[in-house]
Design a protein around this ligand. Sequence first.
Ligand code: HEM
Length: 421
Amino acid sequence: MTSAEDALRAWAVHGRVADFPYALFLGHLRSVGKHFLDAELLRLLDEIRRSVAESDSDSESESEGCDGPPFLHRFLDVVLDKHDDRYDYPSYTALSLLTRPAPADRHEALRSRDEMVLLLLADLVRFEERASTDTPDAPHVMPPSPELVAKRARLAVRVMESAALRALPSGVVDAVAVAAVPGRTPGGPLAAEILRSAAPEQALALSASVQPVYVLHDEYLFLRTLQSFETTFTFMSSALATAVRRLDDDRPQESAELVGAVADVLKESLPLFSLLATMRPEAFQTFRTFTEGASAIQSAGYKTFESLCSTPSLARLASSAYTSVPRVRERVVNGQATVQGTWHALIAAHRLDPADDAALRAAADRLESVHQRWKQTHYRLAVRMIGERSGTGYTQGVPYLAAVLDNRLFPAPDRHSALVG
Ligand code: HEM
């Protein structure tokens, strides 16, 4: 029996939710990989989940002031996804432990995105830097060279700086130096400062949300990159939903500002792909053997933001792009309002003056162009990492990504029906 199993058995007898041995168990999980957890240990965790569910219904076990099951229950659901045969992209990336509904106020929503991205990338920088010490954190097979660690820190900092300038107290990052030469803020001290001020529940969510399927160092980078993008998509979706409402309320300038803010934050996030491109293809090709069935084609955040720009074509709605996200698909089929649809309705009703129309056009064009860059970079990364292999989301892989390059978020009316899936 492992010490993690001992600790869990002891906890199951007397334990309080607050004393759950997260650190010990996660250390064990990361040293073997989630795909390789022992069957007996999984049965024990399943029993623990059942008893946690019973005490959840007594509702005194944890009070977190938010909807959904308490944290420990959600944590066990993520751990047991493969055991339950429920394994997919949201459970692989442990999104239920990280994401919360974006605040309604757009500034608060951006702040919430910035804080989470900073935590995720600070944790990544810390993890990478510890790889060069005598006691690296698990997963630690195929450690990176010191040069690779330094390169990853520099690339993470390129995404962190703009968020840090908005969300951290002034002076933590030197605004003048960033304006002169971006990406030069020392990553280690910045990460330490961010992690030092993390609240205990943030630190727990950070730690609990790294559940790699295997033991290779680079999977940590993969998970944190996906999670940083997902956090960004959550903000983008909420800002676009607000943009639709502002249009409906005849406040097109505010709507244009929101669409512009979405373009800016996606642009700032593009270096995440450069960061992920430092993943070693041989590491990726090894651990992805155990991620079959989990693919970002199941990202509800991405499809929500996309489908809030304009209604996807019937072909795309019928393809695995949307059948992989049934709840998003259902909202679209039920007539979800979009930026483009609401904008065109205002024009048809003569409720939009030319200056407002031009502001919307400019913001939509910016978002379109940065999203095209996002798709092209993603496509190139996939070519490099998987070549001709099929996708873990059961598409052909790269040919699927090549086909979606022609899609547009704001298609010209006559192009719309020609969109591919
Ligand atoms: C090693 C890096 C990556 C590779 C090899 C890769 C590969 C793929 C492949 C092959 C697909 C097609 C679906 C499938 O069969 O799985 C896909 C879809 C997708 N990927 Fe990635 N991907 C990578 C990184 C990322 C990252 C970091 C994100 C950010 C969240 C992302 C977001 C998406 C999205 C949103 C789709 C669905 C696109 C659509 O349906 O139009 N991918 N990816």
